[in-house]
Design a protein around this ligand. Sequence first.
Ligand code: MD5
Ligand code: FE
Length: 206
Amino acid sequence: AEIAPGAVHVPDWLDVERQRELVVACREWARSPAGLRSARLPSGGVMSVRTVCLGWHWYPYRYSRTVDDGDGSPVTPFPDWLGDLGRRALADAYGRAAEDYRPDVALVNFYDADARMGMHQDRDERSREPVVSLSLGDSCVFRFGNAENRNKPWTDVELCSGDLFVFGGPSRLAYHGVPKTFPGTGPEIGMAAGRLNITLRVSGMD
Ligand code: MD5
Ligand code: FE
């Protein structure tokens, strides 16, 4: 379903077996040297969501090749197979060829029962190529806003395990957030609890 121009929701895009494989991969990435951590905001706050970065390390509000807000570990590489998955996602969501889509960053967000993501824009990438989002585990309320400010109008969409969302074109810079998850709603895919979201992005850097 096209929620807004360039914002396409494809429910149930990943079958359960593929979801299980992604959970296994996320667990391995979380254990790598530049693994799961809560980003610290310049305001002094700490994000309730915990994140693993692949390809480039993100911290508010920039990208680096090493964990510059931590122990300086090199960032975990972005695997080729994840780029292939991103091209298939874009092709299915937009119904057009996507061989030229070359994501080089993945941010894997883990939400426990209390984690939230406030309304924000994703504008730390130098490219405005689409963002591919894959959800695993517990369902959530995803709040898709407008490109002007973090306030209404917005549309609330329930995202479930296996759902794909692509944000491109005029929706690439829309404000968005996750005000709520629904603990205990995830399928049996090897996650004890919580929600995972994998976003694939083009950094526009080299
Ligand atoms: C999440 N993650 O569910 C969301 C899904 C993040 C983040 O917001 O920054 O890690 S990605 C949603 C997204 C990305 C790019 C553009 C737009 C939404 N959008 O225009 O609405 O953890
Ligand atoms: Fe975001």
